[in-house]
Design a protein around this ligand. Structure first.
Ligand SMILES: [Zn+2]
Length: 146
C-alpha cells in the first residue's frame, strides 16, 4: 500500500502487481478509513467470491450467500444456513493463509464444530493446515489496516 498526499481522494487497485495506491487529502484517520473501506471492501468481496467459486469447482462445496464485514476479532464464519462471512481485510494475507481461511469456513458447511473430524477434513483440503493456522493466530491481525 502506497500513500500519496494529494488534494483529491482516490484509491487505485492494481491486482496484477498486488499494489494499492491511495491518494488521500486528509490526515484524519476516520476519513482515511472510510475512503479505503469504501473502495477496498467491494474489491475484497469480489476477490473472495472468485476464490470461493474455484474452490467450489475443485471440491464440490455448497454454500449460499457470501458477505464481508470488518470484525477485527474474527477471520470468518459459517451460518447454519450455509451463509459465509469473512473479514474483508484477509485479502492482505499471503495467498496460502487467505485460502486456508476460506477452506476453514467451507469445511464448516458439513462439520459445524472444531472436532478432530473437522481438522482432519480441513487437512485434506490444505495439507499445511496446522502451519497456516498457527500463522493466523500469531501474525494475522498484524496485517490488518485497522
Ligand atoms: Zn471454525
Amino acid at each position: 500500500m502506497i500513500f500519496i498526499n494529494t488534494s483529491r481522494d482516490s484509491v487505485v487497485i492494481y491486482p496484477e502487481s498486488q499494489k494499492i495506491y491511495a491518494n488521500i487529502s486528509t490526515n484524519s484517520l476516520g476519513h482515511i478509513k472510510k475512503i479505503l473501506e469504501t473502495k477496498l471492501r467491494p474489491f475484497a468481496l469480489s476477490l473472495i467470491k472468485s476464490e470461493l467459486s474455484s474452490l467450489k469447482k475443485q471440491y464440490n462445496f455448497d454454500y449460499h450467500n457470501v458477505t464481508v464485514r470488518n470484525q477485527s476479532s474474527r477471520y470468518g464464519s459459517c451460518s447454519s444456513r450455509g451463509n459465509l462471512n469473512f473479514n474483508w481485510q484477509i485479502i492482505f494475507f499471503p495467498y496460502p493463509q487467505f485460502r486456508h481461511i476460506l477452506l476453514h469456513e467451507l469445511t464448516h458447511l458439513k462439520i459445524k464444530n472444531h472436532s478432530k473430524t473437522f481438522w482432519d477434513q480441513l487437512a485434506i483440503y490444505d495439507p499445511d493446515s496446522q502451519k497456516h493456522n498457527l500463522w493466523l493466530k500469531k501474525e494475522g491481525t498484524k496485517l490488518f489496516l485497522f
